[in-house]
Design a protein around this ligand. Structure first.
Ligand code: TXA
Ligand code: MG
Length: 316
């Protein structure tokens, strides 16, 4: 059920139920952080294992000290630079934050989302919102209300904020022994983070220690098999007998060379490509293809984040 009125979303959340909310990154599935009942409902609906913690969404940086303790100077600098925006900080949690949200960890992930409707909603509520991405466990993240409907059906209330502007999840950073650690590549590039706090340590691929289980190797995955290449044309030639989908950065491959082609940015603008990425995967996944051939992005800036998601999408 699509709703446009923030007041209705507010009422649903106040009676300890859940609502899908728009953010600048992807849609989230939101609940009152103080309602065990609502939080449990998120895990059930997402089929999400309880070892995977949720991000707490707050209305402004001023609310940070009500959720976290011992906030490092670098964390404050980053929050001041990027909030509201696609940056999640993993900080020491206050005791009021339930283990259900943090999966028993002593830390909690926090961000201020940058979407007009959701900020208004947070202003109206007297509690923050816990919200994972509004997709079932390990499937493609939602950047449109219809993606949320595809995942959870018509019964779920969805606050309709249109397409998500950035289209990739937030970058997740933690702080260990005075160092800034990157747990998940996201909508803010490493280069932008390093301009603020200097060199960061990257722990994006630690399967043995899933500090951010968004890092589990299989994730963000379509149903259709995907392969990743730097040479689209020769890969397409190898699979001529198959019903092929192509996910390309620019428009190198023309319409008649595959059954369905999704172009992320004709002018090869990486920001535009990022905003179209999940939507393109959703579209390709609808066509009952034998195989999706995806083009690797240039490995810098947001290209790194897209390559990370592509790698996880092919890991079966
Ligand atoms: O852009 C986003 O971050 C979106 C929107 C809705 O805000 N949310 C999102 O949530 O991507 P989710 O649940 O799909 O991914 C959150 C990631 C998970 O990989 C989780 O493990 C990690 O954040 N995380 C949350 N709390 C953590 C903590 N205390 N320590 C380490 N990782 C944490
Ligand atoms: Mg997710």
């Amino acid at each position: 059920m699509l709703i446009e009125d923030v007041k209705i979303a507010q009422e649903i959340l106040e009676r300890e139920d859940i609502v899908a909310i728009p953010t600048e990154t992807v849609y989230g599935l939101a609940a009152n952080i103080f309602s065990e009942k609502a939080i449990k409902k998120i895990f059930e609906l997402k089929k999400r294992p309880f070892f995977n913690p949720l991000i707490v969404h707050i209305k402004s940086i001023d609310y940070l000290t009500q959720i976290a303790d011992d906030i490092p100077v670098d964390a404050m600098k980053l929050a001041e630079t990027f909030w509201p925006g696609p940056l999640t900080l993993v900080l020491k949690k206050k005791s009021e934050i339930s283990d259900l949200i943090t999966s028993g960890k002593k830390t909690v992930g926090i961000r201020v989302p940058n979407h007009k409707l959701t900020l208004r909603l947070l202003q109206n509520l007297d509690f923050p919102l816990a919200a994972p991405s509004a997709n079932t466990f390990q499937s493609i993240s939602p950047t449109l209300p219809e993606h949320v409907v595809k995942n959870f059906g018509q019964n779920l209330a969805i606050l309709d904020g249109g397409p998500c502007q950035l289209g990739l999840e937030s970058t997740i950073l933690g702080f260990e022994n005075e160092k800034v650690i990157l747990y998940r590549l996201g909508a803010i590039s490493i280069e932008e983070i390093e301009k603020v706090v200097g060199k960061v340590q990257i722990q994006n691929n630690e399967n043995s220690k899933p500090d951010a289980p968004g890092m589990l190797s299989k994730h963000y995955s379509p149903r259709t098999k995907i392969i990743l290449t730097t040479d689209l044309k020769s890969e397409i030639l190898k699979f001529q007998d198959q019903k092929l989908g192509v996910l390309q950065f620019g428009n190198e491959v023309k319409e008649n060379q595959a059954f369905k082609i999704e172009t992320l940015s004709k002018s090869k603008n990486i920001k535009e490509a990022a905003s179209n990425f999940y939507q393109a995967l959703h579209t390709l996944d609808l066509h009952d293809l034998d195989l999706i051939i995806a083009e690797k992005m240039p490995n810098e800036g947001l290209g790194k984040t897209i390559n990370d998601r592509l790698t996880r999408a092919i890991s079966k």
